[in-house]
Design a protein around this ligand. Sequence first.
Ligand SMILES: Nc1ncnc2c1ncn2[C@@H]1O[C@H](COP(=O)(O)OP(=O)(O)OP(=O)(O)O)[C@@H](O)[C@H]1O
Ligand SMILES: [Mg+2]
Length: 248
Amino acid sequence: MSILARDLNRMLNPAQLMRDAGMEPDAWQADVLNSDARRMLLLCSRQSGKSTTCAALAVNQAIYDPGLVLLIAPAQRQSSELFRKVNEVYRALPDVPRIVQESAMRLELANGSRIIALPGTEGTIRGYSGAKTVIVDEASRVDNALFAAVRPMLATTQGRFVALTTPYGKRGWFYEAWEHGQGWERTMVTAADCPRIDPVWLEEERALIGDWQFRQEYGCEFVDTDEQFFASELIEAALTSEVTPLWS
Ligand SMILES: Nc1ncnc2c1ncn2[C@@H]1O[C@H](COP(=O)(O)OP(=O)(O)OP(=O)(O)O)[C@@H](O)[C@H]1O
Ligand SMILES: [Mg+2]
């Protein structure tokens, strides 16, 4: 296939980029890569392949719609891990723009694109604007202030915001967006949906880590945090709008 035909094929079908990098995408991975939604929530089991998918999405963006791509996570170690996957995908692809500058957290391409991994501290994030894509890994553990600092970066670019995570209790902006938010494209992938996770191993894991943690890590359930005294359902059931407050 000529380079032009390959580029055209990847532009029309971005999941092709993952194949070109040597990995056949699962159906949900192909759907995420081929989606043109601007706001995406991925609620996925441990080891289901969510970071790999978003690494391919970041690379596709950087090659075919040059600009700034930011990778964010609660801690630098986690955004570095996503960046490492970006690097792996990029280096596995033939005929891509030359890398003009690189460091442990940053890749700059000859087409002007930059892919930068940042730690989840609000101060560091605020220095960046005009992002084409922002990807937030371990998103349910990213605090609300950071989420609020990230969104304006996309204001001038109509850029894409992708949040990927396992659940982490019934709290925080990711939980709210998943349960009640509007305008999000949602993708949920449990461990049982992942062809690479052995069902026998999964049952052993359930016995090892206990049902509560298993449901969170592998079942995509927003289970209540273990330090919470009352279950969220009980609290919600106890609230009513039918009683007039004594003081308004
Ligand atoms: N479509 C695929 N085909 C083959 N291997 C895949 C595919 N998708 C992901 N993998 C592999 O599965 C493993 C887990 O992928 P990845 O790290 O992206 O998952 P994750 O959901 O981010 O995991 P974690 O919860 O640990 O962060 C990696 O070794 C990755 O290379
Ligand atoms: Mg991951």
